[in-house]
Unconditional design. Structure first.
Length: 132
């Protein structure tokens, strides 16, 4: 009887493992910037929603008290659920009694910069890009 020696390879070689790691690295290099861009946009959308809630609160104050609040900051509207970790909120008054502009200033860099919402509900931004 002749015994046969089988040389079976089990597992992966170092080269195969390095190829897999390189492929994962290349995919990650493209995926991570897209992910961070998506997260930034979601924070921006949350800030815009906060500005709308603050606008509604301002109009409610006008309806209730006959005037707009003299000062608006992060704590003015307790029911607005503002995202205070990412943005600072405020308002500036115009020359007339019914003109004001709400603002959401990002705490970290954002290409859109500060987001604004005026009394008519029209949004704008201080930075560049399609922010509204």
């Amino acid at each position: 009887m002749v015994s046969q020696i089988h040389n079976c390879q089990k597992g992966m070689t170092l080269i195969e493992l390095l190829v897999v790691v390189a492929i994962v690295g290349i995919i990650s290099a493209f995926a991570y910037p897209a992910y961070t861009d998506h997260v930034t946009k979601s924070y921006r959308e949350d800030a815009k929603a906060g500005l709308v809630r603050l606008l509604l609160w301002m109009e409610e104050q006008y309806t209730t008290n006959g005037s707009y609040p003299a000062a608006v900051d992060n704590t003015s509207c307790p029911g607005c659920n503002l995202n205070l970790k990412r943005y600072d909120y405020g308002a500036t008054s115009g020359t007339e009694a019914n003109i004001y502009k709400l603002s959401a200033t990002p705490k970290l860099d954002d290409t859109c910069g500060t987001l604004y919402l005026n009394a008519a509900g029209v949004g704008s931004a201080s930075g560049s890009g399609d922010c509204w």
